[in-house]
Design a protein. Structure first.
Length: 177
C-alpha cells in the first residue's frame, strides 16, 4: 500500500496523461519522507537509512506585490485573462509542464514550497548527516520540463556539470561503503 494509493499515474505518452489524471508529483512532489516512512514501516531501522534526494533544479518564483494588489481568486488560480492582461509584469513565475502557455501562481508556490523547503527540512531533521539534498538554484536559467532539443539537452548537461555534489559524496563515503 502506498501513501497516495488512489492517485492514478500515467506516462506522458498516454492519451489520458493531460486529461483526466494527474502525475504522482501532484500529490507527492518530493517522495523522500514517503520512502523513509514506508521503509521504517517495513521494518528497517531509521538509523540504517540514508537518502540522497535529486531535484530537477529550483526555479524560484517571485510575485511582486504591485502585481497582486487587486487580485481575486481567478488571478491566483490562473484565469485565461491573466496572460491576456499581462498582469505578471514584474513577477517571475515559471509555467508548469501541463500548462506551459499559462502560469499558475498558487500551484507553483505549493509545489515549490513543499519540495524545496518543507520536505528537505523534515528529512534533514529526521536523518541528519545521512541526508543530502541536491536541487541547485537555476537562478535565471529556464529549462522547460519538456526540453528535448540538442541545445536544451546540452544546456542541461552544462548546468549539471557545475553542480556541487559534495553533500551527496559525503553521504556515499560515510554511509554506503
Amino acid at each position: 500500500p502506498g501513501l497516495a494509493g488512489s492517485t492514478s499515474v500515467y506516462s506522458s505518452d498516454s492519451e489520458l496523461a493531460l486529461g483526466q489524471f494527474v502525475d504522482g508529483a501532484f500529490v507527492n512532489h518530493d517522495p523522500t519522507m514517503a520512502a523513509v516512512s514506508l521503509a521504517v514501516n517495513q521494518g528497517h531501522k531509521l538509523e540504517d537509512i540514508s537518502v540522497i534526494c535529486f531535484g530537477t533544479g529550483f526555479m524560484g518564483n517571485y510575485i511582486a506585490n504591485e502585481d497582486t494588489m487587486y487580485w481575486g481568486s481567478a488571478q491566483w488560480l490562473n484565469s485565461a485573462d491573466n496572460v491576456n492582461q499581462n498582469i505578471y509584469n514584474t513577477s517571475r513565475i515559471p509555467s508548469l509542464f501541463a500548462n506551459e502557455d499559462r502560469v499558475n501562481p498558487t500551484l507553483n508556490m505549493c509545489l515549490n514550497g513543499t519540495s524545496t523547503n518543507e520536505i528537505p527540512t523534515q528529512s534533514s531533521l529526521l536523518l541528519g548527516q545521512r541526508y543530502a539534498y541536491l536541487n541547485p538554484d537555476l537562478k535565471s536559467t529556464y529549462i522547460s520540463e519538456t526540453a528535448h532539443t540538442c541545445k536544451e539537452i546540452n544546456d542541461m548537461k552544462t548546468f549539471a556539470g557545475g553542480v556541487d555534489l559534495k553533500s551527496a559524496t559525503d553521504v556515499i563515503n560515510k554511509y554506503w561503503q
